[in-house]
Design a protein around this ligand. Structure first.
Ligand SMILES: CC(C)(COP(=O)(O)OP(=O)(O)OC[C@H]1O[C@@H](n2cnc3c(N)ncnc32)[C@H](O)[C@@H]1OP(=O)(O)O)[C@@H](O)C(=O)NCCC(=O)NCCS
Length: 175
């Protein structure tokens, strides 16, 4: 199957039902499922800033040139000590759009976007040891595995390790 075209765009009102699904359908978001969350916060956040707060942004991943939403990406500002801020990115695609070359391209595009519009030096992403799709996507998007973050999340009944990846401004862009 040919790879669909991929673009990032701001959230619109029509996307809100899809975003609510990720908070209310067990497992739709993948391994990050942490129980039911207040779906009303989607409308409240949209009314407040359209998910475009500079420190905490969500963008839709759209496919097929007609704006069809395949899922969303996010980035959030963080900081280590006195160093300049970094961003941590995240992604979730609907199951029907996974495994079609969208995830790694959307994350590479998000890096290009952040490097173009902010002076950020470091973009990081965490994932789960069993999430082979995200590990491979991050590497294809130009990220490097930094290491294991021990017992960093409580998920599915116990404390679990995570893998931390980063891409720096001067790291080579994927093809
Ligand atoms: C993780 C996710 C973003 C990856 O995006 P995707 O579009 O499915 O992945 P891609 O099609 O871009 O594939 C990228 C690479 O991963 C590989 N891959 C894809 N799905 C895979 C799977 N289930 N198992 C192993 N490898 C997989 C692909 O083969 C490709 O590598 P290759 O080119 O070397 O063959 C997507 O599957 C998703 O949204 N999953 C649910 C939510 C989630 O896990 N988010 C990340 C939380 S940390």
């Amino acid at each position: 199957m040919a790879e669909p075209s991929v673009a990032l765009r701001p959230v619109t009102e029509d996307d809100l039902p899809l975003l609510r699904r990720f908070l209310t359908e067990p497992g739709l978001i993948g391994l990050d499922w942490a129980g039911f969350r207040d779906a009303g916060k989607i409308s409240r956040r949209f009314a407040t800033d359209g998910f475009l707060d500079a420190d905490d942004t969500w963008l839709m991943v759209s496919v097929d040139d007609d704006g069809t939403a395949a899922g969303f990406v996010s980035y959030r500002k963080g900081q280590f000590g006195a160093a300049g801020p970094h961003y941590e990115i995240g992604i979730a695609l609907l199951p029907e759009w996974r495994g079609r070359g969208i995830g790694w391209r959307a994350q590479a595009m998000l890096c290009d976007y952040l490097f173009a519009h902010t002076p950020v030096q470091r973009i990081q992403a965490g994932t789960h040891p069993e999430n082979l799709a995200e590990q491979r996507s991050l590497v294809k998007a130009g990220f490097t595995l930094e290491g294991v973050i021990r017992a960093c999340e409580f998920r599915a009944g116990r404390w679990r390790d995570g893998y931390l990846y980063s891409r720096l401004r001067d790291d080579p862009s994927p093809g």
